[in-house]
Ligand binder design. Structure first.
Ligand code: PLP
Length: 350
């Protein structure tokens, strides 16, 4: 079944990773002359003249308590984007290997694959936005390295059926990545506690959505120790900067505030759903487990432009297969949501 070593690219299996000054010396010292930093300091008040911890142990300890996952099962990336890209570089041979996505879904799996010259295969979701397991199975061959499952999915907003995800995990001998960027807004259980059962599972989460820290760029991958070791071998040595490590650590003390925001956003999402449903311009609103709504409107392109003319920007997903005629609308503040509803209620259907 799953053999990590066989899945790896040859060059990565044989790779001697970069050893930084911070890797080589661990312990107490008073004089640091090992990393060619500026010993005089920096124009900033903090100790930003020093290189950050390459493996971010303090931050992982704190994260471990919040997530209930040991630090050795955590990789931190410069956004989820890096968590995605490193997997391609470690496991997929350019021009030979392939991966499978389940569109409509998050665009970065495909873009990052193309950047790495990895073939992208598509098992389009069923009409109810669930996984097409038969199609998925048919696409798999001996060069298929990764299956990407986004749950809750962007842009369709639904969670994937848990049994379907388990079926993929149990039967696919490559990596199964479950992207849970929106998990905090969902009623469904995360896969983060199932790492012991599935050696091929990678769970992605992010500080960009529920934590409100898109600007910091901090993505998380949770996986077996063996997979995390691969991540650490391939990543750039100092991929998470000192400021991000400090600020994320501070944010992790504020779980109460974050939970309040999640509750507020979910409640506004439901309220917005009900209010949108009353409007003539709205054809259909899909159920959402995320902090956005996928909304089918009478004339998506025209409605998009109409909103834009009033300074309200939403995402036009109307050209995306299965999302024909749809806009993706993020839940905003009370006043932003009110402005959106006000504008849509005045839209003249021609
Ligand atoms: C927003 C989003 C992310 C987050 O990406 P970051 O690089 O961590 O900001 C990841 N996956 C999905 C599906 C998203 O919608």
């Amino acid at each position: 079944m799953f053999q990590l070593d066989k899945l790896l690219r040859d060059n990565i299996r044989q790779l001697v990773p970069y050893s930084s000054a911070r890797d080589e010396f661990k312990g107490e010292a008073q004089v640091f002359l090992d990393a060619n930093e500026n010993s005089l300091g920096s124009p900033l008040t903090r100790w930003y003249n020093r290189y950050p911890d390459p493996l971010q142990w303090k931050l992982k300890e704190a994260l471990s308590k919040v997530k209930g996952v040991e630090p050795k099962h955590i990789f931190l990336g410069n956004g989820s984007d890096e968590c995605i890209d490193v997997l391609y570089r470690a496991f997929c041979v350019p021009g030979k290997d392939n991966i499978i996505i389940n569109p409509p879904t998050y665009g970065m799996y495909e873009v990052s694959a193309h950047i790495n010259d990895i073939e992208v295969r598509r098992a389009t979701l069923l009409d109810d936005f669930q996984l097409d397991l038969v199609h998925l199975e048919n696409l798999v061959d001996e060069n298929t390295k990764i299956i990407w499952i986004c749950s809750p999915n962007n842009p369709t907003a639904n969670s994937m059926d848990r049994q379907d995800v388990e079926t993929v995990l149990n039967n696919f001998p490559g990596l199964v990545v479950v992207d849970e960027a929106y998990i905090n807004f969902s009623r469904h259980r995360s896969f983060i506690q199932e790492l012991a059962d599935y050696p091929n599972l990678v769970v992605l989460q992010t500080m960009s959505k529920a934590w409100g820290l898109a600007g910091l760029r901090l993505g998380m991958a949770f996986a077996s120790e063996a997979i995390i070791d691969v991540y650490n071998k391939v990543k750039p040595p100092y991929n998470i900067n000192q400021a991000t490590q400090e600020l994320a650590l501070k944010a992790l003390e504020e779980t109460g505030q974050v939970n309040d925001m999640i509750r507020a956003l979910v409640s506004m999402r439901e309220q917005m759903h009900n209010q949108l449903a009353e409007l003539p311009v709205v054809r259909k609103i899909y159920p959402s487990d995320a902090n956005f709504l996928l909304v089918k409107v009478v004339d998506a392109r025209a409605v998009y432009q109409y909103l834009l003319d009033q300074g309200i920007v939403v995402r036009d997903r109307s050209k995306v297969a299965l999302c024909e005629g749809c806009l993706r609308i993020t839940v905003g503040t009370e006043s932003e949501n009110r402005k959106l509803l006000e504008a849509l209620s005045q839209y003249q259907i021609t």
